[in-house]
Design a protein. Sequence first.
Length: 428
Amino acid sequence: MTSKQVERRYLLITGIYNLSASLIWGVNTLFLMNAGLDIFEVFITNGVFTASMSLFEIPTGVLADTRGRRASFLLSVGIILLGTLGYVWVAESSGSLMMFNVMSITLGLGYTFYSGAVDAWLVDALTATGFKGELDQVFARGGIVFGAAMLVGTLGGGLLGTLDLSLPYVVRAVLLAGVFVVAWKGMHDIGYTPRTMKLRELPAEMKLIAMASVRHGWQVQGIKLLMLAAMMQAFFMAWGFHSWQPYFLGLLQREDAIWIAGIIAALVAVSAMIGNAMVGWLGRTFRRRTSILMVAGILMGLGAIAVGLADNFYLAVGLYLLSTISFGLMGPVRQAYLHKMIPSEQRATIISFDSLVGNLGSVGGQVGLGYLARQQSLSIGYISGGMISLLSLPILLLLRRLSLPADSMGGSSSGSSSGSSSGSDSEQ
């Protein structure tokens, strides 16, 4: 295959996968509350999902770095399909918090098989096919496809939800079956050779993966700072995205208008696409990735605080959409920065470890801010979450001071050289 063919397959898989995923994003909180959970219990369920992702990141990372990225992704899709249908079954039968948590653990396991696998497959395949461009632009195009898929998915999910809140989940399962077929036929490991691993070798392999995560990830100063900054932002991001559904509909005093939630989720997708489209322009303006990450961090933090202070539906929605531009800015730039600092052999492992660190922040935010919202108000949650996310800025300043090659928009793509540079720079 050529690099263009690799990129097209990546964009196709990204589009279908995220179309299926986004069908429930605009209605998930409303679905859980309609099943009988209160706002704190909703975020307990979401927190369990994220915590299970943290728990399973290392063992599932073994599969991607042994049997291959394709096998990991296919397993992810299958498990998420089962967990999605499980959500519907629980809502229709008992609606209990415990059973929703069981399904959340199932979904968390599925998503850990996904995290890192597709990105690692893309980067390895591009390298093997002689790709000469900048990863930022490929990830930005992936982000635009993601945004377009989210736009269609959230609008469709909102419309389906007006008929029955379970319908978005059922349609999601159908689309997941479709992406399984597409990946089975078109996603083959290129630039990476899978290897066989027996079950009895799993503990030893997990130990090696954990050690590699620490050695090539946490002990590399640049990667560690990038992860810590993301953890501060993750404290707010997941909670903020799921909590706007009851918050904004409450401001509108139309809690039954589920279709409005679908429209807002679609507008969030558009704002993220705007952020993706701005990556190239900002890259020519600033030339350093940390500059873009800091702009995005300021936009997110101050936007969240402003949303909490707003007492008008239209103002609050507008401010939130301004803040979500940061999603589109941060994603491709941060992905490119990270990939330029890690070696191919540990690519999926480090990406999974990065996801684990971010998930830890997300768990704390969903449980902590969820409890604060129940005890105080959702607006106080937004203000507090925005202030905590701003703590990423001094961490990004420390990262900027390292002046790593990966910080330059034209920096070296060598994982090993970047890693060694970060080690020496951290001692200066």
